[in-house]
Design a protein around this ligand. Structure first.
Ligand SMILES: Cc1cc2nc3c(=O)[nH]c(=O)nc-3n(C[C@H](O)[C@H](O)[C@H](O)COP(=O)(O)OP(=O)(O)OC[C@H]3O[C@@H](n4cnc5c(N)ncnc54)[C@H](O)[C@@H]3O)c2cc1C
Length: 354
């Protein structure tokens, strides 16, 4: 298993639960993730049921993942690992067109028996702290929500290790197809030496294409940078009373303990350094920030890169050749889709082959 971001950790953990012998290789296991990695920057929003489509691969993966995260959190909690979860997601309508789309989606979900509810402008203004006055209304999903990515990743790593997961803190330099002498195993050359395996799963985010190219597999991905802020809200102002996290025009507001708020994330394709203009636009909710948000103090600023596949739908879940799996390019939903990705890998490993 190459790559210990949220995707690699989820795959490694699930395979160990099913009795597979797994070795997870990533230099970040020793020094933490670099700026190139997405998982350390993620806000952890799980947007499954507010997704605009109601069928197809994207919809199925989202529903499967949402259900699996719940199972995994319960299972890990029984073993002493708590993964903080804040249920509820309020998607604000920025204009009349948004509001009409939300009304149609709410009707569709009600027919599917899923609890999406519409909130009026007046209901939004009754919330404390009040949301942008420009919001035409909102769609509330009780099943979507936000989980803390960092405790989740720690739990998957440590519980995985208790179930036999082996780790190597080294970068993979080159992959080589196994010869008949080597029993058809893949040879994995790392900074620390060489190991071999019948199966190889690549979850190295933006570094995945460079590992695959020498093997003749071209799966280009482009970076899309995201910036986020942690804010201390003014005294007496606490977003924890909201019914969940909030999304406005693609900007997310995540209530945090102690009167804090995470605000994120910008969408900046093709750059590796965030622009101050994009940050300022997010900070002011594209001009719609209420006074309490303008008065908040910035405590922390961070950024990360998301891997978006070029000319293919996200994510890339592919059996490239016997024994070689790619699980990358999760773009804006790697935390959400990590469990469904892991379930897909397990299915590949365990399905009978000629
Ligand atoms: C600001 C921001 C906010 C986000 N918010 C959300 C959100 O709310 N919800 C959501 O679902 N998603 C969110 N995302 C997206 C999510 O973070 C990504 O989709 C996800 O982290 C991808 O995980 P990954 O494991 O595929 O990749 P990564 O986290 O990038 O991990 C790849 C790993 O591979 C390792 N690696 C690279 N090269 C090698 C090598 N040669 N050998 C060994 N290891 C290697 C790296 O060290 C790294 O640890 C957000 C992203 C950003 C940037």
């Amino acid at each position: 298993m190459i790559g210990a971001g949220v995707v690699g950790l989820s795959v490694a953990w699930l395979l160990c639960q099913h009795g597979h012998r797994v070795q997870l290789i990533d230099p970040a296991l020793a020094r933490g993730q670099s700026i190139d990695a997405g998982s350390s920057a993620a806000l952890g929003l799980l947007m499954a049921q507010v997704f605009r489509r109601s069928s197809g691969r994207g919809w199925r993966l989202r529903q499967q993942s949402l259900a699996l995260w719940q199972q995994w959190r319960e299972q890990l909690a029984q073993r002493g690992y708590q993964i903080p979860w804040r249920a509820g997601l309020l998607q604000l309508a920025c204009n009349e067109q948004d509001w009409q789309a939300q009304t149609r989606l709410a009707e569709q979900r009600q027919q599917q028996g899923l609890p999406l509810r519409l909130l009026s402008q007046a209901e939004l203004q009754a919330l404390s702290p009040a949301l942008p006055a420009e919001a035409a209304g909102a769609l509330f999903s009780a099943n979507d929500g936000q989980l803390d990515p960092q405790p989740a990743m720690q739990a998957l790593l440590h519980d995985g290790q208790r179930h036999g997961l082996r780790t190597e803190a080294a970068a993979v330099l080159q992959l080589e197809r196994g010869s008949k002498d080597a029993d058809g195993r893949w040879m994995i050359h790392t900074e620390a030496g060489t190991c071999s395996s019948h199966w190889l799963v690549i979850a190295a985010g933006l570094a995945s294409p460079a590992l695959l190219e020498p093997l003749g597999h071209t799966r280009p991905q482009s970076p899309v940078l995201g910036q986020a802020l942690e804010l201390q809200l003014p005294a007496g102002c606490n977003a924890e009373s909201w019914p969940g996290s909030v999304s406005w025009d693609g900007i997310n507001l995540v209530p945090r303990p102690g009167g804090r708020l995470w605000l994120g994330a910008t969408v900046e394709p093709g750059v590796t350094q965030g622009s101050p203009e994009a940050l300022a636009q997010m900070r002011h909710l594209s001009g719609a920030a209420p006074d309490w948000l303008r008065e908040a103090t910035a405590l922390r600023h961070w950024q990360g890169l998301r891997a978006r596949p070029d000319e293919r739908p996200a994510p890339l879940l592919e059996l490239l050749e016997p024994g070689l799996l790619l699980t990358s390019g999760h773009y804006r939903n790697g935390v959400l889709l990590a469990p469904a990705t892991a379930a897909w890998v397990l299915e590949q490993l365990e399905s009978p082959r000629p």
